[in-house]
Ligand binder design. Structure first.
Ligand code: APR
Length: 270
């Protein structure tokens, strides 16, 4: 594995426009369960998955009932999103923030709604599936910090008068076009894509690596590196160049150490 870690470090140092794609796997070491891993929420609780598939429809039909469920004031739901706002980033998140501070990683595009990349110090983060830190209006597209609303009176209303929902993108809900376009632009611009902690089965996010791969391999193409606990369709279909199989919180900090070493050697020879 260390050879692959050294390879990833030299690929990152050689890159001009590297981006990182992340999924729930990068937050499991922070105590946030993933969805489809061996201990994943959907793997262990089919009822929760079925409920998640009804959430968007519920908001469209009855925004008050949606909020009561989301806040856990009615039914079996718990204020899962409030708990998520209380967890801390782990060495995997810190490693990505470090690579951004070095000027190597230009953007982190995440499926995670937990806000842990920012808590670790990342500045350039795209929330492809939204975030638990914000509310969004489906009508005018406005987004607000969750702290701007008391949530005593439900549903909270946008300035345009329409009910607000969590910024989180639920199943069946379209990805907001501003985020979708920005992510695709980066997939078409990057020369290195580091894909961390995702099963790469949920679309349209899972299409981003294939979009980058369509631009070719090698010198003029894109290098796609996976860091994941298990192989994914990206591995099996040969979309990624290689997989570093392990925990992101253990692998990514070692990659950063190797990048540091290479940058140090490079400076010495300048
Ligand atoms: N390090 C590396 N990989 C890990 C770790 C870890 N510490 N923990 C789990 N994994 C791997 C799992 O083995 C799995 O392959 O991360 C992957 C997580 O995949 P999913 O649970 O499917 O999560 P994700 O890909 O982010 O799901 C996409 O689906 O449920 C929806 O909206 C939700 O954003 C989510 C989307």
């Amino acid at each position: 594995m260390h050879d692959l870690i050294e390879q990833a470090a030299s690929d990152l140092v050689a890159s001009n426009h590297a981006i990182v794609l992340t999924g729930a796997g990068i937050s499991t070491e922070s105590g946030v369960p993933d969805f489809r891993g061996p201990k994943g929420i959907w793997t262990t609780n089919k009822q929760a998955e079925a409920q998640a598939y009804q959430r968007y429809e519920r908001f469209l039909n009855d925004p008050k009932a949606y909020w009561e469920e989301m806040l856990g004031t009615v039914g079996s739901g718990s204020d899962f999103y409030r708990q998520m706002r209380e967890v801390a980033p782990n060495p995997g998140h810190h490693a990505i923030a470090r690579l951004e501070q070095m000027g190597i990683v230009k953007w982190a595009i995440t499926q995670n709604v937990d806000g842990l990349h920012e808590k670790a110090g990342s500045q350039n983060v795209m929330h492809y599936h939204g975030t638990v830190e914000k509310l969004r209006c489906l009508s005018c597209g406005s987004r607000f910090g969750i702290g701007e609303f008391s949530l005593e009176k439900l549903p909270p209303l946008c300035r345009c008068g329409r009910p607000l929902k969590y910024d989180v993108v639920h199943f069946q809900e379209p990805i907001p076009s501003d985020i979708m376009d920005a992510a695709e632009e980066e997939a078409m611009k990057c020369d290195l894509m580091l894909v961390c902690g995702t099963s790469a089965v949920v679309y349209p996010f899972a299409a981003l690596p294939a979009m980058a791969r369509s631009r070719g391999r090698g010198q003029s193409g894109v290098k796609i590196i996976e860091v994941n606990a298990e192989p994914t369709p990206l591995t099996h279909q040969g979309i990624s160049d290689y997989l570093i199989q392990g925990k992101t919180g253990e692998v990514l900090p070692v990659v950063v150490d190797e990048v540091n070493k290479l940058m140090g050697q490079r400076r010495k020879h300048e």
